[in-house]
Design a protein around this ligand. Structure first.
Ligand code: FPP
Length: 232
């Protein structure tokens, strides 16, 4: 059985570059290239949903030139995705706080989301300027505002309501989360959505994470006994 939705923390670009005596940004360039390779492999395996962590709300504290490079790579990635939309038939959605991104990025995101909204073969969610606590805070404000304006009754709020106010609304929760490059943390990623996911941590840095590594992770996922709190 393949998972329905895989979420990935693409970690280790910097370390990959440092090991080769290259600037950190070289690791990000190589890492950005790897997204397509893995997205294609995921599609070929029959996984319908993929969510990748491309820029966290904490990443603003990196050196200015690195932040700028990540913004440029994101723009390049979206531009390429737009060019290949017809071929890939992949619906793309960006999750995270878009409101304080540069205007050119906001426009590009809007263009990509609109242009790909007609596709439903596979779904890619790119988490950019994303932090789960920030998402939950924004969700809380939206719910409070709807209650205040009379559009939502407090007694009608349940888990589905909460899910429907998150950036990931309408997308099933991930059943597998993979983090590359050895760190075993969740780093403010999809805290609500990963409640029942299996976590797989691999030593392989993101720029080297291959379709074969992906298949191995799925095999491990299948070997685990998924019980969702039930007794066997
Ligand atoms: C972590 O590597 C990587 C990120 C900051 C996010 C992932 C970014 C990419 C794959 C490239 C950019 C792609 C897009 C679409 C914007 P790290 O720098 O934390 O590595 P380190 O832990 O080894 O320092």
């Amino acid at each position: 059985m393949v998972p329905k939705h895989i979420a990935i923390i693409m970690d280790g670009n910097g370390r990959w570059a440092k090991k080769r005596g290259l600037p950190r940004t070289a690791g990000h360039i190589k890492g950005a290239k790897n997204i397509d390779t893995i997205a294609r492999a995921i599609k070929a395996l029959g996984v319908k949903y993929l969510t990748i962590y491309a820029f966290s709300t904490e990443n603003w504290s990196r050196p200015d030139d690195e932040v700028k490079k990540l913004m440029d790579l994101f723009d390049e990635y979206l531009t390429k995705a737009l060019k290949n939309a017809e071929k890939n038939k992949m619906r793309i959605r960006v999750i995270g706080d878009k409101s304080n991104l540069e205007k050119r990025l906001q426009d590009r995101i809007k263009e990509v989301e609109e242009e790909t909204s007609k596709y439903d073969e596979t779904y890619l969610q790119v988490a950019f300027n994303y932090g789960s606590r920030d998402e939950i805070t924004r969700m809380t404000k939206k719910i409070a505002s709807d209650v205040k304006s009379g559009n939502l009754d407090v007694d009608d709020i349940n888990e589905d309501t909460v899910s429907s106010y998150l950036d990931t609304k309408d997308i099933p929760d991930p059943d597998l989360m993979i983090r590359t490059s050895g760190e075993e943390r969740i780093s403010n990623y999809l805290l609500w959505q990963l409640a029942y996911a299996e976590f797989i941590f691999t030593e392989v840095p993101w720029p080297e994470f291959s379709p074969k590594n992906l298949e191995e992770a799925i095999e491990e996922f299948n070997n685990r006994n998924r019980r969702f709190g039930r007794a066997e």
